[in-house]
Structures are given as structure tokens and as C-alpha cells.
Design a protein around this ligand. Structure first.
Ligand code: SAM
Length: 267
């Protein structure tokens, strides 16, 4: 087989990846036919899937602005960071404070391949290729230890990520492992697919069939991931309802009800 110089090392073009399929749904260019096929199947089930992805990116921006501004956080561990797109965590945080530090962690080597170019001139941001389920490896990784001071508050971000873990992969245990490594005054910022009705369950089927992951958990199941932490207002809500920067309709659309999210503080 002749290697394709355009394809970064470690990328399997025969199977879709979560990072690339998400990029395809967002309308990005860092994906391949196999990922576009997944995006097409998702659009067939839920034509508004692109809107959902953008609601998730929008709350990411609002959340990081809150964390850097009101909460005074200067260090971000962005787990399952995804491919760089618009308004990435370091861009939002460093606009508030140019000294804010960000480590992106993702299992997919394509994130590093694309992240490096974006970060070439930014000494306060780095990308670590790792499996976040191995919290000890992530927390001990030299790139993480170089930028994150674990004696100071940290924002642990699991945005659009934990629904890609199955129940037997112990999502709550993983959250706890990271939250126990950070001091009091740290934050958890998490968004998650929500089982809000039959449409959500149809979409879950499509995710599980064509991507292999994508659990739509109930509000209570997602709330349980925050156990032991203090919710920041307005608590765990549909994404457009979390500290909106524009007026939100009372009656949300289906796409607006497919994910929930919250930020909570470690007491
Ligand atoms: N956080 C970004 C956002 O919300 O826009 C990207 C979310 S994307 C849907 C989920 C990301 O999690 C993908 O980039 C995928 O590669 C990554 N991911 C999935 N399983 C992972 C694991 N076990 N360890 C690290 N990253 C993982």
C-alpha cells in the first residue's frame, strides 16, 4: 500500500472516527468519506444534527468565558477536545487572560496533527494524544504537568465527550478520578446527549449503529455525574438555556433538547 502523504500517521480511513464525524457534522473539512457517511446517516435521522453540534460549540464558548471571567480559572484540561474549529478553548480563555493555560487531550491522532499547526506559536497551549479513560496516564503526562499546576484550581472539561463512553466504561469513576486530582475551587464543565424523548432514542440508535458510541442518558443519569460538586446557576439544563447570550424561546425545538450541560464547582 502506498502511504497517502495527506493523511496524518495513525489515521484509519476504513473506519469513521468520532472526532472526524463531529467535524463533518459541523461542516468542517478535516474528515473523510467514511465520516461523511456517518454524518449523512445522522442527518437522515435528525436533519437538525448540525444545529445540535453548534449549540454544543456555543455553550463551550460561554462556559469557558464564565470560567475565565467570573470564576477566575486560569488552567483548562480539555478532555476529548476534538479537532480545532472556531472559538477553541484556548482562544476564548486567552482573550480574557492571555496567560491562561490549556491542555487539549484526545485519543485521535488527527487532533494532534491539526492542533500542532494552530498552536505552533502558542507556548501556553498544548495537545496530548491519550485515552482519557486512563486518568493516571493523562494526569502524569509530561505535557499536562508542564502547563497545569495541580495545586491551583483547574477547569476539567468533558464537553460532548462522556456520551461516547458506554456504561461499563464507568463514566462516573472517570469524572471522579479527574476531580480528585484537582484542588478545591476547581470546576467540572460537562455536556452530554440527553434522552429527552423518542427522537433522542432514534438518534441514539443511529449513533450506535454507524459510529458505535453515543449514549443518550437521562437528566438524572447525567446529574449523577456531578455528585459531590456544587452546581453553578442555572444547574443542569438544555444547552441553549445555560447562561444564554440571547433570548431563548420558552418552547425549545427538538434539536435544542438533545443535549444538556452544566458547570459545577468542587467545594
Ligand atoms: N469537546 C469537543 C466539543 O465539544 O466540541 C469535541 C467533542 S467530540 C464529539 C468528542 C471527542 O472525544 C472526539 O474528538 C474523540 O476523538 C474524543 N474521544 C473519544 N473517546 C476518547 C477517549 N477515550 N479518550 C480521549 N478522547 C476521546
Amino acid at each position: 500500500m502506498v502511504a497517502n502523504p495527506e493523511v496524518p500517521e495513525g489515521i484509519d480511513l476504513g473506519r469513521p472516527s468520532i472526532a472526524r464525524a463531529y467535524d463533518a457534522v459541523l461542516g468542517g473539512k478535516d474528515n473523510y468519506d467514511v465520516d461523511q457517511e456517518v454524518a449523512d446517516r445522522l442527518r437522515e435521522t435528525m436533519p437538525q444534527i448540525g444545529e445540535l453540534a453548534w449549540y454544543n460549540r456555543a455553550i463551550l464558548g460561554r462556559g469557558v468565558r464564565y470560567l475565565t471571567g467570573e470564576a477566575g480559572i486560569r488552567q483548562f484540561l480539555d478532555l476529548g477536545a476534538g479537532l480545532p474549529t472556531m472559538e477553541n478553548t484556548h482562544q476564548v480563555a486567552q482573550r480574557v487572560d492571555p496567560q491562561a493555560r490549556v491542555v487539549y487531550v484526545d485519543i485521535d491522532p488527527i487532533v494532534l496533527a491539526h492542533g500542532r499547526a494552530l498552536l505552533a506559536t502558542n507556548g501556553l497551549t498544548d495537545v496530548e494524544t491519550a485515552d482519557l479513560r486512563d486518568s493516571a496516564a493523562v494526569l502524569g503526562a509530561p505535557r499536562v504537568r508542564k502547563l497545569i499546576d495541580f495545586t491551583e484550581p483547574v477547569a476539567v472539561m468533558l464537553v460532548g465527550m462522556l456520551h461516547h463512553l458506554h456504561d461499563d466504561e464507568d463514566p462516573k469513576g472517570i469524572v471522579d478520578a479527574y476531580m480528585s486530582a484537582v484542588p478545591s475551587g476547581s470546576y467540572l464543565f460537562l455536556t452530554h446527549f440527553c434522552d429527552s424523548g423518542p427522537e433522542a432514542r432514534e438518534l441514539e440508535k443511529t449513533f450506535l449503529t454507524f459510529l458505535g458510541t453515543g449514549r443518550f442518558r437521562t437528566h438524572d443519569e447525567v446529574a449523577a455525574l456531578f455528585a459531590g460538586l456544587e452546581m453553578v446557576d442555572p444547574g443542569l439544563v438544555y444547552l441553549p438555556q445555560w447562561r444564554p447570550d440571547r433570548i431563548v424561546r420558552d418552547k425549545l425545538t427538538i434539536a435544542e433538547r438533545l443535549m444538556i450541560g452544566a458547570i459545577a464547582r468542587k467545594p
